[in-house]
Design a protein around this ligand. Structure first.
Ligand code: BGC
Length: 247
């Protein structure tokens, strides 16, 4: 099985493509649909179904990266989606309604898996942290290439005891109308804090904002090497597909 439909469910968009999981590349043009508001389980399933239909993929394997802690087939948290997701048995419900073999993991974990296999984390030993800066902040942590799933470092309390993602995600940067210099400085403070707590060997910035890395990274004063994701914003889709091959 080298082709899997990967779907990256985000707080603002739901995107998918058929992925060659051996090479880590798309083999079809990506489909992107806005996340419905409110982002309830039924409304979101409809959008995912549209993507499955768009690729004529009914009954075939689908990997989904989802913006929540995913444990024992349930979504446990709902920071940027409707509160009705908390404790929702996503795997059983969506498998029944979408009629495809599904594998669902946290979206940042998916992005990290892609970057560790195909991007800048390839063959890196020690502790690697990947952060996705989008609607929220997602985190994934690898030790010698092995994922420690469902970390939530975007929710660390930071300045004024707010969750870091409310201050430093890409959406927060836009809401707060921060210039790149100020954003880079504040992000640096958060990264220094993570560095102090986790002593990583490499930090990788993913998510939409990874493309603009040079706009804010000149403010960084970290001891740890830091870079942007080679798989850029496609990592979530590629990693969701890849994860289906790792179970
Ligand atoms: C969620 C994480 C998710 C991240 C990125 C956070 O608000 O709690 O589970 O990975 O957003 O979507």
């Amino acid at each position: 099985m080298s082709q899997v439909l990967g779907i990256d469910v985000g707080g603002s968009g739901i995107k998918g493509s058929i992925v060659d999981v051996e090479k880590g590349v798309f083999i079809e043009e990506r489909i992107k649909i806005s996340t419905p508001q409110p982002a309830t389980p039924t409304a979101m399933a409809k959008v995912v179904n549209k993507i499955i239909k768009g690729f004529d993929w009914a009954g075939k394997p689908v990997g989904i990266g989802f913006p929540s802690v995913i444990k024992n087939g349930h979504a446990l948290t709902a920071a940027n989606i409707d509160a009705s997701w908390i404790d929702y048995p996503i795997v059983s419900k969506w498998s029944a309604s979408l009629k495809c073999p599904l594998n669902i993991i946290n979206d940042a974990d998916a992005a990290g898996l892609a970057e560790m296999r195909f991007g800048k984390g390839k063959d890196v030993k020690g502790v690697v942290i990947l952060l996705t800066l989008g609607t929220g902040i997602g985190s994934s942590i690898f030790v010698d290439g092995r994922l420690m799933p469902n970390t939530e470092f975007g929710h660390i309390q930071y300045m004024h005891r707010k969750p870091a993602e409310k201050l430093l995600s890409n959406a927060a940067r836009e809401n707060r109308k921060l210039g790149w210099k100020v954003y880079g400085r504040e992000l640096n403070g958060y990264l220094q804090y993570l560095e102090f707590l986790l002593n990583p060997d490499l930090i990788i910035i993913g998510g939409g904002i990874s493309k603009k890395f040079e706009n804010y990274s000149n403010q960084f004063t970290l001891k740890t090497p830091i870079t942007n994701a080679a798989t850029m914003n496609d990592a979530g889709i590629i990693g969701a597909a890849l994860a289906t091959t790792l179970i």
